[in-house]
Each structure stands twice: as structure tokens, then as C-alpha cells.
Design a protein around this ligand. Structure first.
Ligand code: PLP
Length: 375
């Protein structure tokens, strides 16, 4: 079986098992307790924060650990929310963990607006510029789209924010870009950055939120004083330490080059005039549409040999695809679309094989189903 849903959970790096074992069976003490062994774990936890901070390019700011990126997104948005005459801006290309949080604010009667997308999947920067005003409290924008691989220009967004309202907070969901796309966040004005372990071959059950100024964030749950009193609950130290180890050792440029080559091989292998590819910037994710065959049908026909997806698992059970719709694709195109996503741990041979299987399976399905096109 060849796994091409790496924008979903990635296979964990097996070397991290040692880290998990050590912090579960030897140094298992609660980092928030006050005995010596626990204090040692506090130091480990703080080293992990420094590692993430360094990878982002910062020397200042806080890194809070959460259970996943969904929690980090909820914390950034709801924790920075303030009552009063304020507006909140979200891109229309957000993952459900941001989009549905925005919708919940909207349902409570809060002033929420969405920024349009362009056909290439990036936000419409003019629309952003027009929608920011002196009341805008927060702009939240995904960095790399989990559906299409489109990369939003964070420098441009940050400059627009600075120009229109320097007090506006800027939150970036960086889950599909962190440790995948080289970028120094220190060069832009940014307030919150969301990351997730299981997208970069670290374990599930750990996410992180970078916070530039802790005064801008309120806790959204109640309990102990962990994570700068912003996120109560015992830290998942084994997963945090494995996440930080993976971040420390990851070679972003090497992986990028490898995945770019895999993407090229894949696209050459499945070349067919009936297959359309959305040309987006991240080599890790491709959105394709197979004329005459439903994405769901293709995914099911392939699943014993190649695993692909019909989109983000958080939205794949819902009909349609909100993001492709926003980009202006019609219903048929969307129904026939699938997502393929790569890992640097895969080989050219595997990708060649997967591409061949996908093309052959598609052609067979097309021949069987093409009469439908003329009905
Ligand atoms: N944000 C983006 C862009 C994602 O792709 C995902 C997961 O697919 C999430 C947030 C949610 O991540 P988690 O599964 O860690 O909650």
C-alpha cells in the first residue's frame, strides 16, 4: 500500500519512539510539580519551547503546547477575542478548525468577515486591504492550504495589516507549512502561529501555539497554571519532547527538494488531458480533478493499493468542498477532485508505481462510466 495522504497524519519517525519511551517510563514526572525530578522536566519542556521558537526564527515570544492544532487555533481566536466594537477577519480558505471557530463567533452575533480567495487559492489581497479598518482586532489566515497547497504571501499580508491598522493581531495557521516550507517568521509582524506534530512525522496529540505577547491572550479553559496560565492541563511531555526532537532534526531544504522531485515524477506519470491539476505552490500537496469519475469512486477503487483523499478528513464527510468552491470551480469539477500529498520519506519508485496505478484505475473507471457524461 502506498500512502499519499500525508497532508493528513504522517507516519511517525520511528526514532522518536525512544523519546516517547523515556519520557513515559523514566522521566515521567509532571513538569508542573515542585520536586527535583519534576523541575528537571520543566527544563526539558522549556528546551522544547526554545527549539520550536528557533525553528520559527524568533529569539523572543512564547510557545505554548496544546493537544493539537485544532486546540491551538481555537485558543488563538477565542483567547484573543475581546468584547466591544471589534471586527474579525478570516480567509475563506481556512481549515475547519479556524473556519468553524469563526462561524461560531458569527452565530453569537460578532462582527466576522471573510476574505475572498483568488482562482489560484491564495487570498484576494485587495479584498483584505479593503476589509481591514480601525476596528479590526484579528486577521486569521492559513499559510499553506491543506486542500490545494496554495501558499499565502505572509509578508504581503503583514505589510497590509501594518499599513491599514498596526494594532490588528495577525494569526497564521502554519500547520501545512511549518518545517516544510523555509521561512523566517521573525521578518514579519505576526502575533500567533499554529503548528501540529502529526503533520511532520512527530506523534499525534501535540500541537503548539506561538504567542508574541501573552497579554493579548486569555485562557479559554480553566484549571491549573500550566502553559503560562493560558492552557490548563498536564502537559503531554512524551509527545512534546518527540515533537521538538523532530523539529530539531528536520532538514527542511533537503525535504523540499526531495518532495518537489516526487511531485514532478507523479505529475509526469499521470499526464492525461482529462486530468486537471491546480497549480499551487507547495510541492507537498496537489489537488487534481479526474473528468468523468467522482473523487470518492476513485479513492475507493484505489484504496487497497494507493491511499489518496477527497480532501481534509475534517471536512471530507461533508458534500462538496468549500475551498474549491470559493476558488470558483464548478460542482462537477469539485465532485471529481481528489487530494494527493507526499512525504519526503517516500521514494521515486513508490511514486512512479502509485502514479501508474492511479492512471490505470482512472482510465478503467472512465471507460465504464463515460456514458454518464453524455446523458
Ligand atoms: N490546520 C490545518 C491547515 C490542517 O491541515 C489541520 C489538519 O489537517 C489542522 C489545522 C488541524 O490539525 P490537528 O489535527 O493537529 O488538530
Amino acid at each position: 500500500m502506498i500512502y499519499l495522504d500525508n497532508a493528513g497524519p504522517t507516519k511517525m519517525n520511528e526514532k522518536l519512539i525512544e523519546e516517547i519511551k523515556f519520557f513515559s517510563t523514566v522521566a515521567f514526572f509532571n513538569p508542573s510539580a515542585s520536586y527535583k525530578k519534576a523541575l528537571k522536566n520543566t527544563n526539558f519542556l522549556n528546551d522544547a519551547r526554545k527549539e520550536i521558537l528557533k525553528k520559527l526564527g524568533f529569539s523572543k515570544g512564547a510557545v505554548l503546547f496544546t493537544s493539537c492544532a485544532t486546540e491551538a487555533n481555537n485558543l488563538a481566536i477565542n483567547g484573543s477575542f475581546r468584547e466591544g466594537n471589534k471586527e474579525y477577519l478570516f480567509s475563506s480558505g481556512e481549515h475547519p478548525s479556524v473556519y468553524n471557530t469563526a462561524k461560531s463567533l458569527l452565530q453569537k452575533g460578532k462582527d466576522v468577515k471573510f476574505i475572498q480567495l483568488q482562482k489560484n487559492g491564495e487570498i484576494n489581497y485587495v479584498d483584505l486591504e479593503e476589509k481591514i479598518n480601525e476596528k479590526t482586532r484579528l486577521v486569521s489566515c492559513v499559510w499553506v492550504s491543506n486542500e490545494t497547497g496554495a501558499i499565502n504571501d505572509l509578508v504581503k499580508i503583514s505589510n497590509i495589516i501594518k499599513r491599514r491598522n498596526p494594532k490588528t493581531l495577525f494569526h497564521v495557521d502554519a500547520v501545512q507549512g511549518f518545517c516544510k516550507i523555509p521561512f523566517n517568521f521573525n521578518n514579519i509582524k505576526i502575533d500567533f502561529i499554529t503548528m501540529s506534530g502529526h503533520k511532520i512525522s512527530a506523534p499525534k496529540g501535540v500541537g503548539a501555539l506561538f504567542v508574541r505577547d501573552l497579554n493579548e491572550l486569555k485562557s479559554i479553559s480553566f484549571g491549573g497554571e500550566q502553559e503560562f496560565s493560558k492552557r490548563a492541563g498536564t502537559e503531554n511531555l512524551p509527545a512534546v519532547m518527540a515533537f521538538s526532537k523532530q523539529v530539531e532534526n528536520i532538514d527542511i531544504l533537503y525535504n523540499l527538494e526531495k518532495v518537489s522531485s516526487l511531485r514532478k515524477t507523479f505529475l509526469e506519470t499521470i499526464k492525461d488531458e482529462k486530468i486537471s491539476v491546480i497549480d499551487c505552490k507547495s510541492p507537498y500537496i496537489i489537488s487534481l480533478s479526474f473528468k468523468g469519475v467522482n473523487g470518492e469512486t476513485l479513492m475507493r477503487a484505489l484504496e487497497n493499493e494507493v491511499i489518496i483523499s477527497t480532501g481534509s478528513a475534517c471536512s471530507s464527510k461533508k458534500a462538496g468542498n468549500r475551498i474549491l468552491e470559493e476558488m470558483g470551480f464548478d460542482k462537477t469539477y469539485i465532485k471529481e477532485s481528489v487530494r494527493v500529498s507526499f512525504s519526503p520519506d517516500q521514494s521515486e519508485t513508490e511514486i512512479l508505481k502509485a502514479g501508474g496505478i492511479i492512471l490505470e484505475t482512472y482510465k478503467n473507471l472512465y471507460e465504464r462510466l463515460k456514458w454518464r457524461l453524455y446523458c
